[in-house]
Design a protein around this ligand. Structure first.
Ligand code: PRP
Length: 213
């Protein structure tokens, strides 16, 4: 049997995804002492993992180099790609927020400048509100943009709220809830249907039972 190739998002989501997959009976033991390795093949089951950046999960799945991807809904909302979204894994929970310094006035109708890693979601959000804004794309550490006068406010994901708090920013609006999703490539769903649905069944069971912490 050909291994099921799973693209995992590196970083924060990785640990929770590995815990969930382990609880669903998937051998993730080779990820325990991974050092700087990025590809892992189970010796016990036909399954392999790659660790990649969130947005690259979509690319690997789209091109069929991974069968399955585990990635945040933020990335799915921001990018247009070709995949099936199969399951809300209920991990990596956070939300999209509009945030700024305490003196920001969201009701001020002056044209605002918004810094964000998510220009498409931000544009859509303000379009729906009927507000014309200037969007500045930032790749990370978005919280400093209002502090340095680059933008009036930011749109970013907030998980614990610690980054906002430690930089003196406050939330003005919670926009959308986010959690990690399991996505499947179109070719993979045809070629590895049984393996994929078995995995989804196991994961659904774990999620339903709320076994994980
Ligand atoms: C994300 C996000 C916030 C932070 C929120 O950044 O962009 O900066 O996490 O998390 P918190 O509410 O738990 O503090 P990430 O850590 O991915 O780093 P980045 O800024 O380099 O993208």
């Amino acid at each position: 049997m050909k291994p099921l190739r799973i693209a995992l998002t590196k970083g924060r989501l990785e640990k929770q995804a590995v815990e969930l997959l382990t609880q669903a009976g998937i051998d993730c033991s080779m990820l325990a002492d991974k050092k700087r390795k990025l590809i892992f093949q189970s010796e016990q089951q036909p399954v392999s993992f790659f660790l990649v950046k969130a947005v690259d999960v979509l690319t690997y799945v789209k091109h069929g180099a991974a069968d399955i991807g585990i990635v945040g809904r933020d990335i799915l909302l921001e990018s247009s790609s070709s995949y099936y979204e199969m399951l809300d894994l209920e991990i990596g929970k956070c939300s999209f927020c509009l945030a700024s310094t305490p003196d920001f006035d969201p009701t001020d109708y002056r044209r605002k400048t918004i810094a964000t890693k998510y220009p498409n979601i931000t544009a859509q959000y303000f379009r729906e509100k009927g507000q014309d804004v200037e969007i500045i794309k930032i790749e990370g550490s978005v919280e400093i943009a209002p502090l340095l006068g680059l933008a009036d406010a930011i749109v970013d994901i907030v998980e614990t709220g610690a980054t906002l708090h430690d930089n003196g920013l406050v939330i003005y609006e919670e926009m959308y809830p986010i959690s990690a999703r399991l996505i499947v490539g179109k070719a993979a769903l045809k070629q590895k249907k049984v393996q994929i649905f078995n995995l989804i069944d196991e994961l659904e069971q774990v999620i339903k039972e709320g076994v994980r912490k």
